[in-house]
Design a protein around this ligand. Structure first.
Ligand SMILES: NC(=O)NCCC(=O)O
Ligand SMILES: [Zn+2]
Ligand SMILES: [Zn+2]
Length: 484
């Protein structure tokens, strides 16, 4: 059974050209002109690009006394509707729980997935068991990334000594640490201060997490990673202070990646000042939305290459769940949705405004993260032999985003009312037609777990350099007798 995508313009991270794409047995079999297949998809007027990869989602996440509402079923359906063919979720052990036990739980949940997926492993506590299990996670489970929360004190947060130990272990295993970079001690102190002053609405969530807490933590994580000799990936980079730290580190030759979210790029902190409590609480996430100055910094980072990936941190809570924090903003479950909207929003506000070229768009939605996660060119490429994860994007197709028409299971959408131009006509995941003429064709359980090998090129290069420049004992010919 083969499918040919005809009459489209192929857009990759570095090339734009006209050609047909032949898909056979889930892979791209041929690229050229005049190709024929059993089925034909007409891509006239469309761009044919690698399917989106969202490296930051939380399906059915146990968090702040509840579970995020989108699970792998509704969440991956939303992903496909928006042109994303692979998500990377976080396997999250409770403090004291083993890593392998947590993976087993995430394996059970993800059996519902409609599209491909993988897991990052979160390090939420530290012990000899965690140290030992990290090796199995990498070598047997095919997970090469470990997430560290520098915030959420008393819950998921790890301290610097635990983070340094884990980063060193990542270095030995050829894995990469990820950080949620906010100074959790300062946030906890500010939260208590605002609550004590009676400042208990959702806007105080933003007041308690100023850009400085993110900038400080990003700098700290970068220095700790450098001392551990390991690359670093900073999730949900939301502000200039954090971006500046990443930019400076990269200019110094440090291997650091920054991931802005589509929410931070396109929504600002005025959302927290609405008269409507629900409106503001629905937008509570960490880090919070920022002002225009920070948004401009993030866009510039994508343009210049100092920021690498656009993700969503999709962690969708219903209005009812958000209301757990009425009277106490610290109890509003943190998280927003975005999976279905990342690609149309970034195309509209990035390519549509001239802030990004179509090739840069492909780089930041798919190819860069495939390289960072060491799954390129199986994923993130339109190339013979690659998985046939393909987004056929129609730049003329438009819609107004509305919760009424979304796949996500929650009752609102943070992008409600935004007009987007540039929507999927077709989406294929390993050759399966998952979106046909803009309509999702669900297939629960089709999604495959994608193993990611350790020791990617950047890990190898960095460990070679660190070994070459490591402090060495000076072997002296003459050592004087002790002066004592
Ligand atoms: N971002 C957020 O507010 N919720 C999800 C958990 C996290 O990534 O911090
Ligand atoms: Zn986070
Ligand atoms: Zn997250």
């Amino acid at each position: 059974m083969s499918t040919v995508i005809k009459n489209g313009t192929i857009v990759t991270a570095d090339l734009t050209y006209e050609a047909d794409v032949l898909v056979e047995d889930g892979k791209i079999a041929q690229i050229g002109s005049g190709l024929k297949g059993d089925d034909t998809l007409d891509a006239t007027g469309c761009y044919v690009m690698p399917g989106g990869i969202d490296p930051h989602t939380h399906m059915e996440m146990p968090f702040m006394g509840t579970f995020s509402t989108d699970d792998f079923e509704s969440g991956t359906r939303a992903a496909l509707a928006g042109g994303t063919t692979m998500c990377v979720d976080f396997a999250l052990p409770q403090p004291g729980q083993g890593l392998l036990d947590a993976i087993q739980q995430w394996d059970n949940k993800s059996a519902q997935a409609h599209c491909d997926y993988s897991f990052h492993m979160a390090i939420t506590w530290w012990s000899e068991q965690v140290f030992n299990e990290m090796e199995t996670v990498v070598k047997e489970k095919g997970i090469n990334t470990f997430k560290h929360f520098m915030a959420y004190k008393g819950a998921l947060m790890v301290n610097d000594d635990e983070m340094f130990a884990s980063f060193k272990r990542c270095s030995e295993l050829g894995a990469m640490p990820l950080v949620h970079a906010e100074n959790g001690d300062v946030v906890a102190d500010l939260q208590a201060k605002f609550m004590a002053e009676g400042n208990n609405g959702p806007e105080a969530h933003a007041y308690s997490r100023p850009p400085e807490v993110e900038g400080e933590a990003t700098n700290r994580a970068i220095m700790i990673a450098d001392m551990a000799g390991v690359p670093l990936y900073v999730v949900h980079t939301s502000c200039e202070e954090s971006h500046e730290a990443i930019r400076r580190a990269r200019m110094q030759g440090k291997r650091v990646y920054g991931e802005p979210l589509i929410q931070h790029l396109t929504l600002d902190d005025s959302e927290y000042f609405s008269d409507d409590w629900d409106h503001s609480a629905r937008r509570v996430m960490s880090p919070p939305f920022r002002n225009k100055k920070h948004q401009d910094s993030l866009w510039a980072g994508l343009q210049s290459g100092s920021l690498s990936v656009v993700a969503t941190d999709h962690c969708a809570f219903s209005t009812e769940q958000k209301r757990m924090g009425v009277g106490d903003f610290t109890k509003i479950p943190n998280g927003t949705g975005g999976l279905e909207d990342r690609i149309p929003m970034l195309w509209t506000y990035g390519v549509g405004t001239g802030r990004l070229t179509p090739n840069e768009f492909v780089a930041v939605t798919s190819t860069n993260i495939a390289k960072i996660l060491n799954i390129y060119p199986c994923k993130g490429a339109i190339m013979v032999g690659a998985d046939a994860d393909i987004l056929v994007l129609d730049p003329a197709k438009e819609k107004t985003i509305s919760a009424k028409t979304q796949e996500s299971a929650i009752d609102y959408n943070v992008f409600e009312g935004k007009h987007v131009k540039g929507l999927p006509r077709y989406v294929l995941n390993r050759g399966r037609l998952a979106v046909d003429d803009g309509k999702v064709i669900p297939k629960e359980g089709y999604g495959s777990f994608i193993k990611r090998p350790a020791n990617g090129p950047v890990n190898r290069a960095l460990s070679t350099w660190k070994e070459l420049t490591a402090p060495r004992k000076v072997e002296r010919s003459g050592i004087p007798a002790s002066g004592v």
